[in-house]
Design a binder for this molecule. Structure first.
Ligand code: SAM
Length: 214
């Protein structure tokens, strides 16, 4: 995505995406105990979570649309002496086989689009996730301070012209909708949390795949 490619080029743009989120960190031990091996980081950004998982000996794959993000993540993983399967790719059309991953992480990325796009991406996630596999993700919340800003291109989805990161559609979620979007998943945790920036509310979600066909 062009906007993120530009953001990753500046030191300031990179600065908020270098330390793994505490919720992701808190689940590592559980994932090990559950026998999780193969992890896909969708929209890995600079690689903060992909690298964390690789340091913990998981087998890590990642896709992102930003060449600049890929370059930064490759350099970072090289410095850490880690091997990760990172490539450019589009989350709505994954190149992986059925049932390939034990866990898919989609941190601050899934809501970048209109509802059709998000449903298509979730179908791909279900296809590539094995039965009882985990989805660890965030969805931007309607409590976010920018909810309602800009042009509403469909219900709950906004574009803010001229604002680099929000110049493409963002779908803001209310709690009820999440069950609908995550049909087929059992939602284990779902909390509306303020991230680093004031007013930056996102749903932090851990879900487990029950049925691929819902
Ligand atoms: C907010 S950043 C989050 C990065 C990372 N997940 C993190 O938490 O540090 C969003 C990332 O998703 C990527 N992205 C946006 N839309 C995408 C898509 N359709 N397919 C794959 N990656 C996408 C962007 O290039 C960017 O690197």
């Amino acid at each position: 995505m062009k906007a993120w490619d530009e953001i990753w080029k500046t030191k300031e743009g990179r600065s908020r995406f270098l330390v793994p989120d505490a919720f992701v960190v808190s689940l590592i031990t559980n994932f090990k105990e559950e026998g999780i091996r193969k992890i896909l980081d969708l929209g890995f950004g600079l690689g903060r979570h992909a690298i964390l998982f690789a340091q913990e000996d998981f087998e890590v794959y990642g896709i992102d649309t930003s060449p600049e993000g890929l370059k930064c993540a490759m350099e970072w993983s090289k410095k850490e002496n880690l091997f990760l399967h990172l490539e450019l790719g589009e989350m709505s059309h994954l190149s992986f086989g059925h049932d390939f991953f034990d866990l898919i992480l989609a941190w601050n990325v899934l809501y970048h689009g209109t509802s059709d796009f998000i449903y298509q991406t979730l179908r791909e996630i279900k296809r590539c996730l094995r039965g009882k596999g985990y989805l660890l993700c965030t969805l931007i919340s309607q409590r976010h301070s920018k909810y309602g800003w800009g042009k509403e291109v469909e219900e709950g989805t906004f574009v803010i012209e001229g604002e680099i990161e929000k110049s493409h559609p963002h779908h803001y979620f209310k709690r009820d909708e999440i069950n609908q979007y995550l049909a087929g998943f059992q939602i284990l945790k779902c909390e509306d949390k303020e991230q680093q920036l004031p007013g930056s509310f996102h749903w932090h979600i851990l879900a487990r795949l029950d049925s691929k066909w819902e």
